[in-house]
Each structure stands twice: as structure tokens, then as C-alpha cells.
Design a protein around this ligand. Sequence first.
Ligand code: HEM
Length: 413
Amino acid sequence: MRAAVQPVPDHVPQELVSSFNLFTGPGMEPAPMGDPHAAIETLLAGPPVFFAPGNTRNGEGTWVVVRAEDQRRVLQDGETFSSNRNIFASALGESWPMIPLEIDPPEHSKWRSLLNPLLSPRRVIGLEPIVRERAISLIEAMKSRGTDADVMKDFCLPFAVSIFLQFLGIGSERLEEFVGWATDLLHGTPAQRTEAARTVVSFLDELRDLRRQEPTDDFMSFVTQARIEGESLSDMEVRGMSVLLFIAGLDTVAAALGFDFYYLAQHADQQELLRTDPKRIQLAAEEMLRAFPSVTPVRRATRDVELQGITIRKGDLVACPSMTANRDPAEFPDAGKIVLNREDNRHVAFAYGPHRCLGSHLARREIVIGLEEFLARIPTFRIKPGTAPITHGGFVFGVDNLQLDWSEQEKAQ
Ligand code: HEM
């Protein structure tokens, strides 16, 4: 259940109010065989900036900035467009920022300097063997379940969660429990979401307290020992960081893999190309990140500001869907076409500006390794006859379920 739609503020000109919204607009509600990316692409034919009533979970409307160039302007200017919103905490009736996402520049940069080395390309190379091992064991278990398996539930989500557990320094024996929390947090009813949020926070708080006393060599030990300008981090700061790392890499990685499998299931020829020549997977993964990105960054204006001749007032929310920027014809030749060997692909699935995704190196390796191991183990697959994948819009687009069928190929082998 979503909150009631709040009235459109008086300063918004009526002609700029649209019926589109990321949650309930045409093509956005959970739908069998839905294609929220195709639905949102239609915005590129309309005004570059418009107002979408009820475009947030609490019913508040937002401006929507459609074009890549305008989005860059918003996302690069953290002084005018603030990301300090305490989203996760406010759902619990609390007030603390997720760090560094909800901290504005210039303070933001000290947090990035602390965290960047943890997810640097070199650190990610170190994590690769475990990422591959987790991918293989989940895919093999899914395969043994046959075509009753659901790729989202049996592979994409547990894969993303298991890498986070590894990062936290927790063994995969707690995987099922964490997948349950993640599922409730991301897809549950409002009550389930709040309950799961509380459980995750208290788990991470306990782990923080434990690692403060007995540090090891994991992420939590690192942040509890870290100092910024000579000061240790407070309990709330450690919480703000660990909660963000938990939620930032779950739905996003699962969604990327889910949309990739959904697309490939409908394009057996492309699957074959990647299966027979896995060197192509890296470029293909980038093109699928361009075509099926999941995140819409949102900011709040800290002063009145003009964009495309429209006045955005101090306090207004501004949404920048990566999905329209990534299909903007001013940025990409044949923007609406999926070209798996596209070169020079400067897409914005990981955003722009100071808050550009901290986990992009890890995310990319998870996606490429996930695709490599899946294509190496599962023969040509299609959407299981009689089933229809369910997709959804929102601030993070995703795939709810995806059943695939590879039995014909298995019989032929
Ligand atoms: C395909 C997977 C992913 C996508 C599409 C994605 C996308 C994004 C986007 C668009 C932002 C900017 C949000 C904003 O400006 O409001 C962001 C920020 C962030 N992401 Fe990711 N992300 C992914 C995976 C990950 C993973 C695996 C991690 C961690 C291990 C991660 C950690 C973060 C963090 C910490 C931030 C905040 C950075 C900052 O504020 O400076 N992400 N991500």
C-alpha cells in the first residue's frame, strides 16, 4: 500500500503536471511481461522537465529531469541539489544519514576518501575468487532444481547478498536468513519492510560492537578502527555506512542480472554468441547496464533554480532516471537499440558527480562473473512456457520473478 498522492504545489504550472509516475505510471506497476524501460523511454518524446505527482513512497511529487545533459547538471551540483534525506532512518522514525549517499559536498569527500580504497579495482580483484565460487555453487544448486527454479530467488538475489556477507566478514551459513531480510526489506508490505529494517540495523549494530572489541580484517573492523581528522567514527556513522553498503548492492545487482537474463531468454541468438565467445560478455554487460539500468537518483533543491526555463523552488524534489539518460539520442547513436558489442559506452547506470556509485567495480565483476558462469552451465534457455516474468518500476527498477526453461537443450545434449 502506498501513501496518498500529495497535492501539486501551487508554484508548479499546470501544463507541466504529468500523469506519469515511476511507481504507478503506465508500464511501471508490477506487471507480467512488463517492460518498464520501454515505458519510461517514451518520456524522451515529451518535455525535458516535468512534474510527476505522487512520485515517492510517501506520496510527494517530484520534478523529473529527462535528458542526460540536464541530469548531469543536477547530479554534479550537490550544493544546489542535496541528497541529505535520511530515507532509511525516517522509515524507522529515526534521523541519521546513510553515508556517504546522504551527505552533501564538501563533507562528502572525506567519507569517499575513507571508503574508496575498500572497493577499489585492486580490492575487487582480491574478491573475485569468492564471487566466482558463490556464483558457481548457486547456479549448480539452481540447475539441480530443474526448471521449477526461479532465477531471481535462486540465483540473482542470494548471489548479491552472499557477496555482501563476504564483504562484512560473515560466512555464507547465514545466507538464507539474510536473503529473507533482504526480500522483506525490498519487496515486503510496509510492516514487513519496517520490521526487516529494524532487524538489519540491530544485526549490524551488534556486529559493530563486537568488532570494536575484537577486530578482524573485515569491513566492519576497518570502519570501527578508522579515524577521520583524528576522530574515531561514532556508532551512528558506522551504522549509516554499513546499512548503505547492505542495501546499495542488493536490488541493484539482482536487477541487473535479472533484466539481462530476461533479455537473453528472448534472444537465443545473442545467448549463443556470448556462450561460444565469452570474451564478448564484458561489452555485452555494459550495453545491458545502459539499456536496463535500475536506479533513479533523487535530490532536494536547496534554493530556487532554473532548469530548461522552468523554476524549481527551494525544497522541491528532483528525480533523474538513469533509464532516460541512457537512451537519450543526444548521447548514443541508435540509443533505443541494444547492440551487445557497443563500444565507447559512457552510460550512467552508476550515476554522475560526487555520489557516483562507490561499488561500481564490484558490481561490474559480479554481473560479468554471474553471466559467465550462468552461460557456461545452463544451456540455451527461454522463458518457461506458461509463466510470465514480473517486473516493476519505482526508484529501483527490478524483476520480481523469472522462470526459465532449458529442458529442450538438455534433452538434445
Ligand atoms: C548494478 C549494480 C549497481 C547499480 C546500478 C548502482 C547504482 C548506483 C547509483 C545510480 C548511485 C548514485 C545514487 C545517487 O546519486 O543518489 C549509487 C551509489 C552508491 N552505490 Fe551503487 N550501484 C550498484 C551496485 C553497488 C554495489 C555492489 C555497492 C557496494 C558494494 C554499491 C554501493 C554504492 C554506494 C556506497 C553508493 C553511494 C556513493 C556516494 O554517495 O558517494 N553499489 N549506486
